[in-house]
Write a protein that binds this ligand. Structure first.
Ligand SMILES: NC(=O)c1ccc[n+]([C@@H]2O[C@H](COP(=O)([O-])OP(=O)(O)OC[C@H]3O[C@@H](n4cnc5c(N)ncnc54)[C@H](OP(=O)(O)O)[C@@H]3O)[C@@H](O)[C@H]2O)c1
Length: 204
C-alpha cells in the first residue's frame, strides 16, 4: 500500500519519503521508480516535516514503526492499517472498537484519519490511470479532525477516487470489516484483485 500510494502521490506532484522496510535498497528503488520528488528515509525523517503520514504496516508492526517515527504530536496520520491477526484470517479489534480508534489512543496527540484501507493495493495504479474519467470509484474515509480530513480528501482525489466522508473515526468500526468483504471479492473471486467500489445515490 505504501509503495503504491507513495508512487502515485509523487507522480501527482507531492514530496514523498518512503520509509520502513527491511531493505533500504527497496525504499531507494521505490523512490527512483516513483520519479518526481521522492526519496527514501527513516520513519523519523518521513514524519518530520510531513503534512501527512501514511501508516501502512501490518498490525503486528505498528508499535515498532511508531517507536521509530518518534513524536507524532499534531501530525496528520492517515491509516490504512487493518487490525488483522498474525495470519491475516480475522480482525483482532472489531464491533465495539476499531484499529483506527486503537491507534488514536496510542498516539492521542496525532490527528487520525482512516482511509485507503477499503481497497486492495492491486487496484490503485488502475484507479490513478483512470482518474480523468467522469465516473470515479468511491473511497470512504473517516476521522474526528476537520483539517486532517480535508488533507486526506485531497490525497484521495489525487489517486483518482471520489472521497466519501463517512463521519467520525468510530465509523472505522464499519469500514474495517467492510474491507474483509472487499478482500473476499478481490482475492477469492474469479475476476482478480483489481477491484474498487462506487456508491450511487438515487434521491432527487
Ligand atoms: N495490501 C492490501 O491490498 C491492503 C489493503 C487494505 C489494507 N491493507 C492494510 O495496509 C497495511 C499494509 O499492508 P501491505 O500489504 O502494504 O503490507 P506490506 O506489503 O507488508 O508492507 C508493509 C511495509 O512494512 C515493512 N516491514 C514489514 N516487516 C518489517 C520489519 N520487520 N521491519 C521493517 N519493515 C518491515 C515492509 O517492508 P519489507 O517487507 O520489504 O521488509 C513494507 O515496506 C496492513 O495493515 C494491511 O492490513 C492492505
Amino acid at each position: 500500500m505504501g509503495g503504491k500510494l507513495g508512487t502515485i502521490w509523487a507522480r501527482a506532484g507531492h514530496d514523498v519519503v518512503f520509509s520502513y522496510a527491511r531493505s533500504e535498497e527497496k525504499l531507494k528503488q521505490l523512490a527512483r521508480d516513483a520519479r518526481g520528488k521522492a526519496r527514501a528515509g527513516t520513519p523519523r525523517e518521513a514524519a518530520h516535516d510531513a503534512d501527512a503520514v501514511l501508516l501502512a504496516v501490518h498490525w503486528s508492526r505498528v508499535d515498532d514503526v511508531l517507536k521509530q517515527a518518534g513524536d507524532l504530536s499534531g501530525k496528520v496520520i492517515i491509516t490504512c492499517s487493518l487490525p488483522m491477526n498474525a495470519d491475516d484470517s480475522g480482525l483482532v479489534i472489531a464491533h465495539t472498537s476499531s484499529g483506527a480508534e486503537a491507534l488514536a489512543k496510542r498516539v492521542p496527540k496525532a490527528r487520525l484519519v482512516s482511509a485507503f484501507g477499503t481497497v486492495p493495493s492491486e487496484v490503485l495504479f488502475g484507479v490513478f490511470a483512470a482518474r480523468r474519467k467522469v465516473r470515479r470509484p468511491s473511497l470512504v474515509y473517516c476521522g474526528d479532525d476537520a483539517r486532517s480530513k480535508k488533507i486526506a480528501a485531497e490525497l484521495i482525489r489525487d489517486v483518482g477516487f471520489d472521497p466519501v466522508d463517512a463521519g467520525p473515526l468510530r465509523i472505522a468500526r464499519y469500514t474495517e470489516p467492510f474491507t474483509l468483504l472487499i478482500a473476499q471479492l478481490a482475492y477469492e473471486g474469479d475476476e482478480g484483485p483489481e477491484l474498487a467500489y462506487r456508491f450511487e445515490r438515487f434521491g432527487k
